[in-house]
Design a protein. Structure first.
Lengths: 610, 339
């Protein structure tokens, strides 16, 4: 067998890494709940497995999402991931030609150019089998080196890659990154020096570069080349040993995450194996920093998901970081790995909840009336009575018989409690409301508040239809039940976090709005929409910091130069109104204004086109 | 040639400062954006705590304006420039006015009560502001609801847009407490059968005779004071208003129906002040009002040489304090001109 002692650092590191990954995988899979374990083993034998492989190819290797974000960033990631993958595949195939064995020692393909010097293959001999491999191996190596150049530029000029702020790295990250960066130049130099010294055996780049090196450094004993093979092996070995303790653990973990996700395994209320896999899948790319409004509007740069997840991994979760988050969902939306950062926060927030017991004995738990349709305005909507008045006008215009469930006495839907970690309190509210809704005998629940809407759908387990009023109004319009006459100029729609990213309702409010107004589109809308700043999910920022968020969001909305900002959430309406120079109205109010002969005029002053 | 002063804002502070500067022989140009002088004073009926007619104060202020004062109404300012010695106020029609000193008396705006949407102003007919009530006092013999009925029950909401982090105004507007008490007494005087409830956080009866007024309201008129901030109000089918409030003395939530709800709107920096401050390079304080160089000793001077402030442009103040401050500004300006 072909062997040299320099292959040891690589080989030992490689064995260590394989064992570590094996034990981690085993730990995670064993820690799954029973149903999830069944899902996992079934998944492995289903179509979902192949879908996962496809996802791994497109996301983990080709980095499609990264390409969409920024082509340079995508290219850089692709060269490393897909390039290295190709090197492994091609290298293994190539080594078969020369070894003739079924099984190679792992180091053999990696260091093949040290052992094999085939003088019969010319650098540009592409159309023979060995020539093809030699040529493509060189080509891939050069492509990876171009990615490396970009990676080095990115540390200095991240803006060129669409990244404003980069992540602060830990020591292990820095060591692993340095080794990773060294691997490919060292391989290139080792191969070049070797083929230069022999005068043959290299690819189209390494051979020519090697020849040049041979002229510059005419050592006949190949000692320089041998030194580089050592360094190359060492850099690989150190990288593999540091990998499990660095950000690069995301590479093996993400593969498992993709399988878990495609097999239907999800977050639960407590910290599960799935959550742990998500934590280790974080590559600390820092894409979440740039989309966070605490960073962009307030320069708070230590609480973003990347740091929060790191704190979980380091077993150093702190209240300040965990609670300082708008829960707007922008980072979850943008995360290239698809980590559900909001769910991780909610899980950890339960450990920091102030479980106060408010007096609840004045809350009613019974109603006598029955109705087909119930309307639940929500606490926030009670603070914006213009929306309630408009909804009642709309119900009456459409001649709908409905029961106003929280007209007099209101029970909180529970979500504000839930997102601040007070799960038990929330459960109480959910129980009481559930009872009310069930006794009403209704078949449809309409709510004006996206916060309520989300928890009704996610936590209530209601067996009746739940609609946000934007969806319900659209149904009424489509059925021709609401005549609409007015048409307003220049309206910009603000997507509420809980309705848009939170519940996936983007089109219905727009469709309603387009019936009564000329809706202009702006940057950062739909899933990229900003948070109004009123988030109930955060209590540890001051009013100036909140104001900074409101102003940032208004600036984006005003870029469309609207005469009115439309939204579909009472909290967004109230928050934006505080500093907006133009009218902020809910779509229910705009629709109400467009009803011919309406007695209530919430948008009276605005320019009507008709 | 004699030295001159331009005063921007023809309210109480502007009128009084104009009168005092003119009395000392300087030329004054008094600029006013609306079609009359007097500012908010003209919308008020009677003044606390003496219940003097506001027209009397206006008459006094008007009498001070002698022939040294040029009054310019319906003015819109386009730009303000300054060289070493002079200010140039350029109007919208291009006219340029020149002076040796400039005094800003652009006052305040009332907080837009509609921004506290949960109170229902602009949504429910029977929710009005203290300014609306004052207009009723001025214009009609009786206080009536939107349904043209005498209200049996009236609620007053204190601190609307003041001391309210959510409304973006942490400061106290000073005069609303006593205004509410004055207005409550006035309704009782006109219509003694009316029940009146005032919803307050705490009553800041800071000045002379204010506390007396508060005692009179309780002892003589039976006006009830409930400690608690209104959370929201709704409209009943008969257009009366259902208010929800926490009574913080008993620690219980409370619901009550009133026929008329009066919101005591606070002060906010006037929109024109913001624009002018921008032109002149003045940085407002954290509350949005303008700030003098020194809050004890140089109370009317600014960082800009020759530019002075007086009245509620610097924050909420009573009429008495506004008049005194205008006189103080006049002294500072005369001293500056004679330097």
């Amino acid at each position: 067998m072909t062997f040299n002692i320099f292959v040891l650092p690589f080989s030992l590191g490689f064995i260590f890494l394989l064992l570590t990954i094996f034990f981690r995988y085993r730990k995670w899979i064993k820690a799954l709940e029973k149903e999830d374990r069944i899902r996992f083993s079934r998944g492995l034998h289903s179509r979902k497995f192949f879908l996962s492989l496809k996802e791994i190819l497109f996301e983990s290797l080709l980095h499609r999402k990264m390409f969409r974000k920024n082509p340079l960033l995508g290219y850089m990631h692709m060269t490393f991931a897909f390039g290295w993958f190709l090197l492994i595949i091609l290298g293994n195939l190539e080594s078969r030609i020369y070894s003739g064995w079924w099984i190679n020692p792992p180091y053999y393909p990696i260091f093949m150019k040290f052992f094999i010097h085939d003088k019969h293959v010319l650098p540009f001999e592409i159309f023979t089998v060995p020539g093809f491999f030699r040529f493509s191996m060189d080509l891939v190596l050069v492509v990876i080196l171009s990615g490396l150049v970009l990676a080095i530029i990115k540390r200095r000029r991240s803006r060129w890659f669409g990244i404003q702020r980069t992540t602060r790295l830990q020591l292990t990250d820095k060591v692993a990154m340095t080794c990773l960066w060294l691997i490919f130049p060292l391989r290139f130099l080792a191969e070049s020096f070797t083929s230069g010294a022999y005068g043959y055996g290299g690819g189209f780049v390494t051979q020519h570069f090697g020849n040049l090196l041979a002229i510059l450094y005419p050592f006949s004993d190949k000692s320089i080349a041998y030194g580089f093979w050592w360094f190359y092996s060492l850099s690989l070995g150190i990288f593999f040993v540091t990998l499990p303790y660095s950000r690069y653990m995301h590479i093996p973990t993400e593969l498992l995450l993709i399988l878990f996700r495609n097999f239907g395994i999800k977050h639960v209320k407590s910290f599960s194996a799935y959550a742990d896999v998500e934590v280790f899948s974080c590559s600390r790319c820092g894409v979440c920093i740039d989309v966070c409004q605490l960073a962009t509007a307030n320069s708070i740069l230590n609480i973003q998901s990347v740091y929060f997840i790191q704190s979980i991994r380091d077993r150093d979760v702190r209240a300040d970081i965990t609670m300082k988050c708008l829960l707007c969902g922008r980072c979850t939306d943008t995360c290239p790995v698809g980590i559900n950062t909001d769910s991780l926060r909610l899980i950890e927030r339960r450990n920091f909840a102030i479980n106060q017991l408010p007096v609840q004995d004045y809350i009613p738990v019974s109603i006598r009336e029955k109705a087909e349709i119930i309307y639940f305005a929500g606490c926030m909507t009670h603070l914006t009575p213009g929306i309630i008045k408009s909804m009642i006008t709309i119900f009456k215009t459409a001649d709908v018989d409905f029961l106003f469930l929280d007209e007099e006495k209101t029970i909180c839907c529970g979500r504000p409690l839930m997102i601040t970690g007070q799960e038990d309190q929330a459960a109480k509210m959910i129980g009481m409301n559930n009872h009310l809704i069930k006794t009403s005998g209704a078949k449809l629940l309409v709510t004006s508040c996206p916060i309520c809407y989300r928890i009704f759908r996610e936590e209530y387990k209601l067996d009746i239809e739940v609609l946000h009023h934007s969806q319900y109004i659209l149904q009424l319009i489509r059925k021709g039940k609401i005549p609409l006459q007015a048409y307003f100029r220049n309206v910009v729609y603000h997507d509420p976090c809980e309705l848009g990213r939170g519940s996936g309702v983007y089109m219905e409010p727009r469709e309603v709005l387009e019936k009564v107004a000329d809706v202009r589109s702006i940057i950062n809308e739909k899933n990229r929409s900003l948070c109004c700043g009123g988030s109930l999910g955060i209590l540890n920022i001051d009013r100036h910091q909140r104001d900074a968020i409101i102003h940032e969001t208004l600036k984006t909305l005003m870029s469309g130069n609207p005469e009115m900002i439309a939204t579909a959430c009472p909290l967004c309406k109230k928050t934006l109104s505080k500093h907006s120079s133009v009218m902020v109205r809910d779509i229910a109010e705009i629709v109400c204004q467009a009803i011919p002969g309406t007695k209530y005029n919430p948008v009276a002053q605005l320019t009507k086109v008709i | 040639m004699g030295k001159s002063v331009i005063i921007i804002g023809g309210g109480i502070a502007g009128m009084e400062a104009a009168a005092r500067i003119a009395a000392m022989g300087k030329e004054v140009i008094l600029l006013e954006k609306s079609d009359q002088l007097g500012g908010h004073l003209r919308k008020w009926d009677r003044l606390f705590p003496t219940r003097r007619k506001s027209d009397e104060v206006f008459e006094y202020l008007s009498n001070g304006l002698n022939d040294k004062v040029t009054i310019r109404l319906n003015i819109k300012i386009n730009k303000i420039k300054k060289d070493d010695r002079h200010f140039f106020v350029i109007l919208e029609d291009g006219e340029s006015l020149k002076s040796d000193a400039l005094l800003l008396t652009t006052g305040y705006d009332l907080f837009e009560a509609g921004k506290k949407e949960e109170y229902g102003y602009g949504i429910y007919d029977n929710v009005i502001t203290s300014a609306d009530l004052e207009a009723m006092f001025r214009n009609s013999a009786e206080i009536k609801t939107s349904g043209n009925q005498k209200p049996r029950r009236v609620g007053f909401v204190h601190c609307v847009g003041s001391r309210d982090e959510k409304a973006g105004h942490l400061y106290c507007s000073k005069v609303c407490c006593v205004t509410g008490v004055k207005q409550a007494i006035e309704i009782k005087e006109k219509q003694p059968d009316t029940e009146i409830f005032c919803f307050y956080m705490d009553l800041r009866m800071f000045d002379r005779y204010f506390e007396d007024l508060y005692y009179e309201a309780q002892q003589k008129w039976g006006i009830q004071f409930i400690r608690g901030r209104l959370s929201e109000s709704c409209e009943n089918p008969d257009h009366s208003i259902l208010v929800k409030v926490e009574d913080t003395l008993t620690g219980r939530p409370l619901k009550m129906t009133v026929d008329l709800l009066v919101l005591l709107s606070g002060f906010v920096p006037s929109s024109d002040t913001n624009k002018l401050a921008d032109m002149l390079g003045l940085l407002p304080g954290s509350d949005g009002f303008l700030t003098p160089v020194d809050e004890h000793f140089r109370t009317n001077e600014t960082q800009v040489d020759g530019l002075f402030l007086a009245g509620t442009v610097k924050g909420p103040a009573t009429i008495e304090n506004t008049i005194t401050d205008a006189r103080s500004a006049a002294i500072s300006i005369i001293k500056y001109l004679e330097k």
